[in-house]
Design a protein around this ligand. Structure first.
Ligand code: NDP
Ligand code: A1CAB
Length: 270
């Protein structure tokens, strides 16, 4: 199977890293970027061919020629222009997989050849280490076989959640952006500990290891998040005070507002 990646930044790069680790052959992938410098860096990083638009005006169409699966990893505002650019070069059966926030499949379908299969995904960067969570919605012309093909490709590197397209933005709010929430929490935990007097490097390592370990427990334990939290929270102990402080300072409302703001922005992008 030949794979093309249009754009090879944070997200398509994360998917590519995961795919290569899962056994996809570098020779079967052709990627593109805008700048020559970025193409050179990324090619050295991943060992795949990366064509730069800066050097070759037809880089994107050259990359998708003969491809069976095409990941669109450019910014949301570029997706429709890229679909228009690729329209004539895509094989009729090639599956176009968008990772972009906010851009609906019907808008992509209009810009592509009639009948071109389109799948809209909402991945996240932990895909790069084989621990992604990916929401996936089929467009009008994507059959169950197309969904199976893309799911089989991605499932070694992520848990894949097929959903109706109107739920993709919700997955974006906790899955796509979610790693940034966790990283922000790690930053805040480490900063607070350093302000209390712990060595900043040690504080960062402890925050990271704690989130990693807690994440592993969340995924592997038979107990749910609420029970795992209860297991740490001794009655009248220290954790109880911290949870009370979170509640007093409105953590639940802050997280709700973050999710709502995220979904609202995805709707704006469309
Ligand atoms: N980052 C994330 O965690 C997530 C991102 N997404 C989605 O992924 C998409 C990409 O985001 P992200 O990876 O963060 O962005 P980046 O800026 O990291 O990457 C964008 C990539 O597109 C390339 N590019 C720009 N214009 C063109 C063009 N005309 N043709 C070919 N390549 C081009 C850039 O090349 P160059 O480097 O040379 O400019 C770069 O490789 C977005 O639509 C976003 O919504 C979805 C989920 C999570
Ligand atoms: O911030 C963004 O718009 C992208 C989509 C989800 C994660 N990153």
């Amino acid at each position: 199977m030949k794979i093309a990646m249009i754009g090879l930044g944070s997200m398509n790069g994360a998917i590519l890293a995961g795919l290569l680790d899962s056994g996809v052959q570098a020779d079967d992938v052709t990627a593109t970027s805008r700048s020559a410098a970025s193409a050179q860096d990324r090619s050295a990083q991943y060992g795949v061919q990366v064509l730069a638009e800066e050097n070759q005006a037809d880089a994107n169409t050259a990359a998708v020629t003969g491809a069976d699966v095409v990941f669109l990893g450019v910014k949301p505002y570029q997706i429709i222009d890229v679909c228009t650019e690729l329209k004539e070069a895509l094989k009729p059966g090639a599956v176009v997989v968008s990772v972009a926030a906010g851009v609906p499949t019907d808008k992509m379908e209009v810009a592509l050849q009639q009948g071109q299969p389109v799948i809209r995904t909402m991945p996240n960067t932990p895909t790069s280490v084989g621990e992604g969570a990916i929401g996936l919605a089929a467009g009008t012309h994507a059959s169950d076989e197309h969904v199976d093909l893309v799911s089989r490709l991605l499932s070694p590197v992520a848990s894949v959640f097929p959903v109706p397209e109107d739920q993709i933005n919700i997955i974006g709010a906790i899955g796509g952006s979610g790693p940034a929430f966790a990283f922000y929490l790690a930053e805040l935990m480490a900063t607070a500990a350093a302000e209390e007097g712990l060595d900043p490097q040690m504080a960062a390592e402890i925050a990271a290891k704690t989130l990693y370990g807690a994440g592993k427990m969340l995924v592997t334990s038979e107990e749910d998040a609420s029970q795992l939290r209860a297991n740490v929270t001794s009655p009248n102990g220290t954790t109880e005070r911290s949870i009370a402080a979170f509640d007093e300072h409105g953590l639940a409302a802050a997280v709700r507002a973050a999710v709502e703001a995220n979904i609202a922005r995805a709707k704006e992008l469309s």
